[in-house]
Design a protein. Structure first.
Length: 258
């Protein structure tokens, strides 16, 4: 735990049971080790979705990934909060899947959606908009790995009550600044710190100074990336205890109602 003993909720992981859902780049640890390592780092809870690289992804695959995510939750109910996968090419089926998970399983999070892995190339299709309309109605936040950051603006304007979390600060100074600027421009847009570039010294301090502490969520992208690195980033930046608490867990709890 951090010196203030904050609760830490990792908003961006990719759990697995099946080997093909394990995104670890070096080695293939069993899922029991996946959870024990996160707990050893001091992470209290974690949230995310199962993702598989599927060239011909359809609604059957989406349902299978969601069911695997639920099975992981059932194995680790005190630790893991499931996120749902959807597919904009199958909007009616995806909406039925969301309603199934929301009504029967207490769904509180959608994503991370990664179109380049599940075979779609835009987040602003009519099918995607049909899905966002339901998410907005149900009050479910969505975590999006954007191909094109301008698409986030399009979605945010069309659905002003839909809480959107941009996945990853990304790399390159101007790219990072633009993503952070979207959290200022759009009241419903947030950013998780998983993946690329939060290790750039001062990025998180700059982000909070620019947009406020309520716009950023702790995330790691485990098992692709090392959660301890992201914990050290939050702790070593010149943040107040209130700012660290907001990033580590407060913002996630507010957005999910947990």
């Amino acid at each position: 735990m951090t010196p203030e003993n904050f609760e830490i909720i990792d908003s961006h992981i990719h759990p697995y049971i099946s080997p093909e859902a394990n995104l670890e780049m070096f080695g293939k640890m069993p899922h029991k080790e996946f959870v024990s390592r996160m707990k050893a780092f001091g992470i209290s809870k974690a949230c995310g979705s199962v993702i598989k690289l599927i060239a011909d992804c359809n609604i059957k695959h989406i349902t299978e990934m969601n069911n695997e995510c639920l099975a992981f939750r059932d194995l680790y109910p005190d630790f893991f909060i499931p996120g749902a996968q959807v597919h904009p090419d199958y909007p009616q089926e995806s909406c039925a899947e969301i309603e199934r998970l929301y009504i029967n399983e207490g769904l509180r999070w959608v994503g991370e959606l990664v179109g380049y892995l599940t075979n779609f190339n835009t987040y602003v299709s009519p099918g995607a908009f049909e899905i966002y309309a339901l998410l907005q109605k149900l009050g479910l936040p969505v975590n999006i790995d954007a191909f094109n950051i301008e698409e986030i603006g399009t979605v945010a304007e069309a659905f002003p009550k839909l809480n959107i979390i941009i996945a990853h600060p990304a790399d390159g100074l101007e790219v990072m600044k633009k993503r952070i600027s979207y959290t200022v421009k759009y009241p419903n847009v947030h950013l998780d710190i998983a993946g690329h570039a939060p290790d750039r010294w001062g990025m998180l301090r700059y982000a909070i100074d620019t947009a406020g502490k309520d716009k950023f969520l702790f995330g790691s992208d485990f098992p692709i990336c090392n959660p301890a690195v992201y914990m050290a980033i939050v702790d070593s930046e010149t943040l107040s205890p209130e700012e660290r608490q907001a990033v580590f867990s407060g913002n996630f709890k507010r957005l999910t109602g947990l």
